[in-house]
Design a protein around this ligand. Sequence first.
Ligand SMILES: Nc1ncnc2c1ncn2[C@@H]1O[C@H](COP(=O)(O)OP(=O)(O)OP(=O)(O)O)[C@@H](O)[C@H]1O
Ligand SMILES: Nc1nc2c(ncn2[C@@H]2O[C@H](COP(=O)(O)O)[C@@H](O)[C@H]2O)c(=O)[nH]1
Length: 186
Amino acid sequence: MPQTRLTVLSGPSGVGKSTVVAELRRAHPEVWLSVSVTTRKPRPGETHGVEYFFADDAEFDRLIESGELLEWAEFAGNRYGTPRAAVLDRLAAGTPTLLEIDLQGARQVRASMAEALLVFLAPPSWEELERRLRGRGTEPPDVIARRLEAGLIEMAAEKEFDLTLVNTSVQDVCQALIALMAEADN
Ligand SMILES: Nc1ncnc2c1ncn2[C@@H]1O[C@H](COP(=O)(O)OP(=O)(O)OP(=O)(O)O)[C@@H](O)[C@H]1O
Ligand SMILES: Nc1nc2c(ncn2[C@@H]2O[C@H](COP(=O)(O)O)[C@@H](O)[C@H]2O)c(=O)[nH]1
């Protein structure tokens, strides 16, 4: 089976990346989403090995030093990284493969895998982004402020991506994303 092209989905915190990816995987279970490692504490309902592999700082340091991460970044006070081997195995097997990561991680993927498809997920407006992030209710106000600060930087980097999808409708974004992934492999 041919090697597939890696797809990366990025965008500011609260734009709806996880929501879009969950819908995409519901409708297209053949797509494989990388499970990242993070030093962030689990939110209620999150399970080790499902949303994330939750790690302490020492374990994260070890993963960096051993070269086991394809990319990693510090985001709003926590570290996040993509386990390298699982991604390379899936790509080699021809599995449609998706990363949901921040801007710093997307830049690292671009540097190491020039052929990757980088998709920027944008909010319909800044006000709607704030509404979604606050409405999710998973972070205290100081963390929301840090995430919005990072969001300003992410929004300014939109042009670095191959294309932008505006998350007005989760269904529409999923359809566009799956079409892009199929196109990228042809
Ligand atoms: N198209 C949409 N219309 C309205 N609300 C949406 C839409 N997409 C996502 N949301 C809502 O916005 C909130 C943030 O979504 P989500 O957690 O998926 O964002 P995220 O980009 O993954 O955030 P983070 O980067 O912080 O993990 C959630 O409450 C979700 O239900
Ligand atoms: N560079 C990376 N960024 C990642 C990775 N996994 C997730 N993320 C991004 O972190 C923020 C915050 O996520 P949250 O779950 O705490 O809300 C968000 O932008 C994610 O896309 C990763 O492996 N590398």
